[in-house]
Design a protein around this ligand. Sequence first.
Ligand code: GUN
Length: 283
Amino acid sequence: MSAQIISGKSISDTIREEMRDEVDQLKQAGITPGLVVILVGEDPASQVYVRNKAKACEQLGYYSEVVRVPAETTQDELLELIKRYNEQANIHGILVQLPLPKHIEEKAIIDAIAVEKDVDGFHPESVGNLMIGDDALLPCTPSGVIELLKRTGNHPAGKHAVVIGRSNIVGKPVAMLLLRENATVTICHSRTPNIAELARQADILVVGVGVPKLVKKDWVKPGAVVIDVGVNRLPDGKLCGDVDYEDVLDVAGWITPVPGGVGPMTITMLMANTLKSAKRTQA
Ligand code: GUN
């Protein structure tokens, strides 16, 4: 038996279609969702991401700005730019593409973004709201993972979810969201001695560590849902995830491919956050 493939592309298309009506209604009320994406320097991967975000805005009829500034931009200059967009009423979401050049302190930049425009969900107040279960703009990749689970009928409630990775962008927030959905959550990381054994207990296995093909078939319980958040570029130029897809395919019940799994969901959730933020400005 081969796993069912979870197409992030197709689920993402469905969600964007569902958002269309809401966007139209908001625009009729005089509010066009607006997103600014700020790119510092010329990192090639970041350029692709930023282009895709602008394309998604265009597809949904959002107002969007892409601000490209040189790698030599100072932290103060970047803070000034953020301040301007914090105050600009037609902008509902501010995203500063990471990573930033080394001379800029990431935390200072994230902290400077107005929490109501924090469509990445990286601001400490957004993270805190997620933690205590208050309304918050949720980080895009983790909320995309939850959507993939729910929309394939794999509801986390009562399941054992094992998360491999503890980054602020993926591991920690996805674990919190799974907990909020009433899963029992185990978080594994580089210092966990028996990862394969723990992973094998998972009904839902979420992997985001940046190690190509780390997860093999003996890490996976037969029938488990495997969500691969990794995006790694191999020496031959191809992309692969943190899961050895071919190896795991006939053990898992469900699996996300790379590319075409979690990736498309991230941008869709960014669009959803921008819409949510725009709606909140309605009187
Ligand atoms: N770089 C890689 N992923 C992300 C993301 O989700 N948000 C931002 N701002 N930068 C990133």
